[in-house]
Design a binder for this molecule. Structure first.
Ligand code: FAD
Length: 416
């Protein structure tokens, strides 16, 4: 079924009786060409592009819970392409271009809003680093404008520019950055993949990966064994656990990141604002809630909820940046499990096991990557060749010392 304004109008007049299910609830078959473990943003977009770009249909996405229950539905929805290093630049540039055409492509409203991302700086050194980054972004075909203090004040006058610890000196504005409705992204890709014949199987946990003579043969699940020629691991925070089912030890640590939402307010924050010194970032959802977050909880965990000290830290950072936020009431908070790679960049690669592929290491920035990740992982699965935009996201780079250390935090990204 194609969605359109006319369709909404017609259904409204007919009592909304004509809508059909957005995707089927199929029973898993005994065998598929490709099985994707994990029905998050990356698993679903991979399935969609396998069908759309490569004409492959005999595919299953196996999700242990429900579509959108993982990080894809837990993130703070920031979309950006403001990277400095080759490797990341071409990948996130591709992703942002795909975002810009996504709603038309999926025929689904993912509420993509290019409201602009503003990264604040608070010292001369930080200004120079942002100027350099902005130039690199522009040279890579993305956008970036360096604003001085008055330029920032014109955009966001409500910030505390003279707070004693981190006075605001200016900011880097990435106008094409913004937000999208996170669940809608999962639903849109699920619907698109399903309509092209992909089986999306919810409540189906993978409990084992069958490997014989160095090649993958399929998976064991809570709904029986499923044979497959190729298997893709796309489980974000559970990457290490699932890879261990095939005897692999990954360079990934899982950490919790929290998000917070206030009660609905009238429009007040028009941009996404990132306050790097205080580890705080904020935007306002279309429903009016202020959506914000901060740093990782500082210990490895598989719990999908965060601890109170980090909640306090995030609130303090928010108050430092915009004291008016103290009058808003926090309505909800939650946590998601982040798959932290040592250099902060992802992995899209084959594994040493024939037919077993890995998509992981998204850290706290994998939502914006959903389109390009699916595009490139589908290319790898279908052709056995890395896509040129993801060619540097190799698993062996940690052994070879070819890190893509975007933030310059060294080989312990999770501890920065
Ligand atoms: C609080 C928070 C804020 C964030 N903010 C941003 C942001 O602003 N911008 C941004 O770009 N990124 C952000 N991120 C990161 C982003 O959400 C993730 O990097 C990204 O969603 C991870 O990929 P995914 O969507 O495929 O993961 P998920 O949605 O977690 O998908 C993985 C799926 O695998 C399933 N699974 C696990 N084990 C198994 C198994 N054994 N069998 C079957 N299925 C299994 C899980 O149930 C899950 O549904 C944030 C994350 C959090 C938690």
């Amino acid at each position: 079924m194609r969605y359109s304004g006319l369709k909404v109008l017609a259904e409204g007049l007919r009592g909304n009786r004509g809508w059909t299910q957005a995707w089927r609830e199929p029973e898993p078959r005994k065998e598929y060409d490709i099985v994707l473990i994990g029905g998050g943003g990356h698993g679903l977009s991979t399935a969609y592009y396998l069908a759309r770009n490569h004409g492959l249909r005999n595919i299953a996405v196996l999700e242990k819970g429900w579509i959108g229950g993982g990080n894809v539905g837990r993130n703070t929805t920031i979309v950006r392409s403001n990277y400095f290093l080759p490797g990341n630049q071409e990948f996130y540039g591709l992703s942002l271009r795909l975002w810009e055409g996504l709603e038309a492509d999926l025929n689904y409203n993912v509420m993509f809003s290019q409201r602009g991302l503003l990264n604040l700086f608070h010292s001369d050194g930080q200004r120079d680093a942002f100027a350099r980054r902005g130039n690199a972004m522009v040279n890579a075909g993305d956008d970036g404008v360096l604003l001085d203090r008055e330029g920032v004040r014109r955009l966001v006058p409500y910030l505390d520019f003279d707070n004693a610890r981190f006075p605001i000196h200016g900011g880097l504005l990435h106008a094409r950055g913004g937000t999208a409705r996170h669940d809608a992204v999962a639903w849109g890709y699920a619907r698109g993949a399903d309509s092209r014949g992909v089986d999306i199987v919810q409540n189906c946990e993978v409990t084992g990966i069958r490997v014989e003579n160095g090649a993958v043969r399929g998976v064991e699940t809570t709904r029986g064994a499923i044979a497959a020629r190729k298997v893709g691991i796309v489980v974000a925070g559970r990457s290490s656990q699932v890879a261990a089912m095939a005897g692999l030890r990954l360079p990934i640590e899982s950490h919790v990141l929290q998000a917070f939402v206030t009660e609905g307010l009238k429009p007040v924050i028009n941009h996404v604002i990132a306050f790097g010194m205080g580890h705080f970032y904020i935007s306002q959802s279309d429903k009016g809630g202020l959506v914000f977050g901060g740093d990782l909880d500082f210990h490895a965990s598989y719990a999908q909820r965060g601890n109170l000290p980090m909640a306090e830290h995030v609130m303090e950072a928010g108050m430092t940046l915009m004291p008016m936020i103290g009058r808003a009431r926090v309505l909800r908070s939650w946590g998601g499990i982040m798959d932290m790679s040592p250099d902060g960049s992802p992995i899209i690669d084959r594994t040493p096991i024939d037919g077993l592929y890995l998509n992981a290491g998204w850290c706290y920035g994998g939502f914006k990557a959903v389109p390009a990740s699916g595009w490139c992982f589908a290319h790898l699965l279908a052709t056995d060749q890395p896509h040129e935009a993801a060619a540097r996201y190799r698993l062996d780079r940690f052994r070879e010392g070819r890190l893509i250390d975007e933030e310059g935090t060294g080989s312990q990204h999770n501890l920065h």
